[in-house]
Design a protein around this ligand. Structure first.
Ligand SMILES: [Zn+2]
Ligand SMILES: [Zn+2]
Length: 342
């Protein structure tokens, strides 16, 4: 497929889409009902439908019995860790294998013309982004993900959280599922904005930002101080009347769903003329420019509200640069001026 029909490539080989990133049609003006209706299937399919499917599979087929989950046990923890690690390995690994190892579509639709393996750097463990990101994901974030998960199951198993059955409360539980991606965006924006404050950025979030050219393994490559609160979003379900499937939907959308921002490609070519939209551009721009797009891709446009939205256009670039200049001037004016020598 010719990616130059959809975007442009600069002389360094970096590709950018012609179309600017836009928030969800419910926030676009003038309001168009046609656009909103056309967007609904895209909101659900295929990514959120996949997270819901894995949530159902985990709860109905894979987790240990509820009796055994009522006490915290190391055997259950290891089983749950194994499931998460295997699931993540297969899911992220498939994208890594097809698009980064075999490079099935070369660099067509790839924002950054280079592949991480071509850029060894001292900021990474073993100088390799791939090894560093892989080890951090599987030996830091996935163990913390599993802590969040086993505590959540323990709370449900002991009836410390309100567990509504689907048979009687399916309307409310459907609303919870439909709102969960929007809640995720608000939660992620707040946490992400917080860890961009200078102290937390330096000591915690900079680990994730080492990957300026993110790839699938970058998705959960985080400092534990980020990985734990990031995954703990699922605990919000313990505070409202909900259900383990809804809680797992949030958990898996955070865990498996982190890949969306880190695929590195705008579109994945499935066949000669079918593609899958990655929804990666907005977060790719965050990895490129750091102080823009703290949220997701605009289901709830908090970045627009706070003036940090970058849609990939030249105008957004200028706006961002003006904001950086203003910030620098403010910082400079705070610096004490040297006393002239007498
Ligand atoms: Zn990221
Ligand atoms: Zn960040």
């Amino acid at each position: 497929m010719d990616d130059l029909l959809y975007g442009t490539r600069d002389k360094r080989g970096n590709w950018a889409p012609n179309e600017q990133a836009k928030p969800a049609p419910i926030w676009q003006r003038p309001f168009s009902l046609r656009k909103v209706l056309a967007w609904v299937p895209e909101y659900l399919w295929p990514w959120n439908a996949f997270h819901l499917a894995t949530a159902i599979i985990w709860v109905t087929l894979l987790i240990p019995s509820w009796e055994s989950l009522a006490t915290l046990s190391i055997t259950n923890y290891l089983w749950l860790y194994g499931l998460n690690a295997a699931g993540l390995f297969v899911f992220l690994g498939s994208f890594e294998l097809i698009y980064y190892v075999k490079r099935k579509q070369g660099n067509r639709f790839k924002y950054n013309g280079k592949f991480p393996s071509e850029n060894p750097s001292d900021v990474f463990w073993f100088k390799s982004q791939n090894i560093d990101n892989f080890l951090r994901s599987f030996f830091i974030t996935v163990p913390l993900w599993t802590v969040v998960e086993i505590v959540m199951l323990w709370a449900y198993a002991n009836s410390w959280a309100v567990w509504l059955p689907w048979t009687t409360h399916w309307v409310w539980l459907t609303v919870v599922i439909l709102l969960a991606p929007a809640v995720h965006e608000i939660y992620f924006f707040c946490l992400h904005r917080l860890i961009h404050t200078p102290f937390l950025y330096k000591h915690i979030h900079s680990v994730h930002h080492n990957s300026i050219n993110p790839s699938p393994w970058s998705s959960l490559s985080m400092h534990p101080g980020e990985g734990f609160p990031y995954m703990a979003e699922a605990w919000l379900h313990l505070l409202i009347p909900s259900n383990p499937i809804c809680a797992y939907f949030t958990l898996h959308a955070a865990g498996f769903g982190a890949i969306n921002g880190h695929l590195g490609f705008e579109k994945l070519e499935l066949t000669e003329d079918t593609t899958l939209d990655s929804h990666a551009y907005v977060h790719y721009l965050h990895h490129k420019y750091f102080e823009v797009n703290y949220g997701g891709d605009g289901v709830v446009p908090l970045d627009m509200l706070f003036g940090t939205w970058h849609d990939g256009s030249k105008e957004a670039d200028e706006k961002m640069k003006a904001r950086f200049r203003k910030k620098k001037e403010k910082q400079n004016s705070r610096k004490p001026t040297a006393t002239p020598a007498e």
